[in-house]
Design a binder for this molecule. Structure first.
Ligand SMILES: *Cc1c(COP(=O)(O)O)cnc(C)c1O
Length: 315
């Protein structure tokens, strides 16, 4: 488990690289949701998502420990973040991606200075390859969520919210593998436990929901939810105990609710967020949070969307 001290250290470790992102407000969404709605703008973070926080904390430690090569297995936001920070620290990085990864994501990894190796179509194929590459080249593999440094890095969002909006009542967080929420839970529950933390998953990617219900890590079959950052098949071994210990509530949202929320945020707030972020707004708009007249902060976890597909994905 991580403790608040790890999160505070992570903040010192990453603050020269990451932005302290702003908290936005919308009175229109406040009216619709029946709460005062605020948004932690990680879609405006370096590399377009919060993943740079955990990646920076992890990769900096590795480089301090004299790693000369970094690997990761992700064509998405994590891969981009690892490519960026490794390049910034002057260490080569290879990102292992599926053979069918879309060109815009590969271009982003390359633009951030990462090298690409294509391998298989499933994470069961990619993960061992990324670890093997690290071993072969005396390097370090960077997991997307199930890692104490990564979790502590993501938790720095919680510390920032505490300072930026002192009278926060509720924080709403998307759940994939649970790195983001386990970090935020650690920061919030060990500093200001009265604040409620509510997790959100798509109905078809409800692995954490089922794991909590079953009292043990439970995996689900592959899903095609539009929220592609939340498609993990099960929570992490390190993240799940923290979720189990601290999480106040977990809400599920439908694909239609996610699309509606993403469109609404774009049209009314002029903010481009990705579906994995929109799940938090979807939960609030469909009045599933079970709170009223509270100061609610939704974490906008990222804003990386393939622009050419945007018109067909939003409703
Ligand atoms: C990775 C990611 C998530 C989920 O984070 P976990 O740490 O896997 O729970 C949510 N939103 C975006 C945009 C992401 O990239």
């Amino acid at each position: 488990m991580i403790i608040i001290h790890d999160v505070i250290q992570a903040r010192e470790n990453i603050s020269d690289i990451t932005h302290e992102t702003p908290i936005l407000h919308s009175s229109q969404l406040s009216d619709i949701c029946g709460n005062k709605m605020y948004f932690k703008a990680e879609h405006l973070q370096k590399t377009g998502s919060f993943k740079i926080r955990g990646a920076t904390n992890r990769v900096k430690r590795a480089v301090n420990d004299r790693a000369t090569f970094i690997t990761a297995a992700s064509s998405g936001n994590h891969g981009q973040a690892v490519a960026y920070i490794a390049n910034k620290l002057g260490v080569p990085a290879t990102i292992v991606v599926p053979v069918d990864a879309n060109e815009s994501k590969l271009n982003a990894i390359k633009a951030f200075g990462g090298m690409i190796e294509k391998c298989g179509t499933t994470s069961a194929e990619r993960l061992p390859r990324a670890k093997e590459l690290a071993t072969e080249h005396n390097g370090v593999f960077t997991p997307p969520y199930d890692d104490l440094f990564v979790m502590a890095g993501q938790g720095t969002i919680g510390l920032e919210i505490l300072e930026q909006l002192e009278d926060t009542d509720v924080i709403v967080v998307p759940i994939g593998g649970g790195g983001l929420i386990s970090g935020i839970l650690t920061a919030i529950k060990q500093k200001k436990p009265k604040i409620k933390v509510i997790g959100v998953e798509p109905e078809t990617a409800n692995d954490t929901y089922l794991s909590l219900r079953n009292g043990k890590i439970t995996s689900i079959p592959a899903t095609t939810t539009i929220a592609d950052g939340l498609r993990t098949s099960q929570p992490g071994n390190l993240t799940f105990p923290i979720v189990q210990k601290y999480l106040d509530d977990l809400v599920l949202v439908s694909e239609e609710e996610i699309k509606l929320a993403q469109s609404f945020v774009l049209e009314r707030m002029k903010q481009l967020i990705e579906p994995s972020s929109a799940v938090t707004v979807a939960a609030a708009m469909s009045r599933k949070l079970g709170v009223e007249d509270k100061n609610v902060v939704c974490v906008f976890s990222g804003g990386n969307v393939y622009i050419r597909n945007l018109a067909s994905t939003i409703s």
